[in-house]
Design a protein around this ligand. Structure first.
Ligand code: KG4
Ligand code: ZN
Length: 397
């Protein structure tokens, strides 16, 4: 079984090809092409949907070719696309007309690869960006006559932490359900009870900013580049390594609330005030030492709340496994601290993180989520014509 997957929900364009060989329980990554728009958005300090959309539309066909070539499945074969298919492409790509000629040339040059499913992210994310991947999936599905599996991006983050990787081969770990998933990304912060791959209950979420978004905003306050998470975390690490006493004490919003919700806007405001006071109302620059102390104070506060609320939820719902997913799961401090805290508080409970290279957005996670649904009989192949982007799609349906 081979699954071609497409991810365009935010600022990474990803195409991957996973195969489960006959008789195997594992998936082999045959091809993986990813283009990051970080450099494009860095100059504005955040993602601009219209620019993200255009960059996805420029990259998606070249990346599809690259991925198929890696898998040795890009075979030249001269043919002429029929009028029906040509009209289908034109009607689907009305808002991505740069893709029309490229698609026609692509189908006229290469033969249909041996693929069983096309998986595509349909939400949540930036709708203009999501539509590019969806429209590409529609075209490929109709012209090649291959079924499409719509995938929830957050489910991709969940399953990516549930697999083990060796030599680009992925095996689902044998985990007891329910699994507690802490999903922390640029757009989301939520605690999700995973009852099976396909059945999710959201037990808490952020009431304002997402964790990654807070990292990005604090990075901007400290004059650090986008995306802010890795930059803030690096400074915080340097500060801790210096052994100096922390001069700042940041609030831990909602740490003791009786629910599993989060809030990061108060912490962000506290950072803003601390910087304003330190710099005499922005009349001077922060010193490097102040920046790293502030980065550490922020990271300590944000991560303490995530860890303690996750532990409380794992205890209340008797989960034997905690999974962490989303871009912020690449944060090594979160990883070290959560593993240490759970080992002390809830010994025996396993804590799983994705491979660092799969923590931020990619298409491998979308293929893994589609595969989990196929194996659990919880997927609905959708007719390509009815696929739709849903920017606010929830993991709990
Ligand atoms: O999952 P992701 O790639 O995209 C979304 O679906 O949002 O997450 C991106 C977010 C950004 O806000 C980025 O700053 C944050 O994840 N991030 C991190 C780290 N690496 C990425 N935050 C904290 N520490 C990190 N090491
Ligand atoms: Zn993501």
């Amino acid at each position: 079984m081979k699954i071609l997957s497409i991810e365009t929900s935010c600022d990474e364009t990803g195409i991957s090809l996973l195969e489960r060989p006959e008789g195997s329980q594992s998936l082999v990554l045959l091809g993986n092409a990813l283009a990051s728009q970080i450099a494009l958005h860095a100059q504005y300090g955040g993602v601009f949907p219209a620019m993200a959309k255009r960059a996805h539309a420029e990259k998606i066909i070249p990346l599809t070719k690259e991925c198929l070539a890696q898998a040795s499945m890009l075979t030249e074969q001269e043919s002429t696309l029929g009028t029906d298919n040509r009209e289908t492409i034109v009607s689907i790509c009305t808002h991505e007309d740069e893709m029309i000629n490229e698609f026609v040339t692509f189908f006229n040059t290469y033969e249909k690869p041996d693929i069983d499913y096309i998986a595509v992210t349909v939400g949540p994310g930036l709708e203009p960006a999501l539509w590019v991947g969806i429209n590409a999936a529609k075209v490929l599905s109709i012209v090649w006559n291959i079924p499409v599996i719509p995938v929830n991006h957050m489910e991709g983050h969940v399953v990516t932490a549930a697999v083990s990787e060796t030599d680009k081969t992925y095996t689902f770990n044998d985990l007891e359900f329910p699994i507690l998933a802490l999903l922390v990304s640029g757009g989301h912060t939520e605690l999700v009870l995973t009852k099976s791959y396909g059945e999710y209950e959201k037990i808490g979420q952020t009431r304002d900013d997402a964790t990654g978004e807070a990292f990005d905003k604090v990075a901007r306050m400290l004059g650090l580049p986008y995306p802010g998470g890795p930059a803030v975390s690096k400074l915080a690490k340097e500060f801790r390594a210096s052994g100096k006493a922390q001069p700042f004490d940041m609030p831990r919003p909602m740490l003791h609330s009786q629910d599993y919700d989060f809030s990061f806007s108060g912490l962000k405001t506290a950072m803003l005030y601390a910087i304003r006071d330190l710099t005499d109302n922005h009349t001077r620059e922060l010193t490097d030492e102040e920046k790293s102390a502030l980065a550490a104070a922020f990271e300590d506060a944000a991560i303490e709340v995530l860890i303690k609320k996750t532990a409380k939820a794992a205890e209340e719902f008797y989960t034997q496994t905690i999974i962490v997913g989303g871009g912020v799961s690449g944060n090594t401090y979160l990883k070290e601290q959560l593993i240490e805290y759970i080992a002390k508080k809830l010994p025996g409970v396993a804590v799983l993180f994705p491979e660092p290279w799969l923590a931020t957005d990619n298409a491998v996670m979308i293929g893994l989520a589609a595969y989990a649904r196929i194996m659990n009989d919880t997927f609905v192949a959708q007719s390509a014509e009815t696929l739709k982007a849903n920017g606010n799609l929830s993991i709990a349906q």
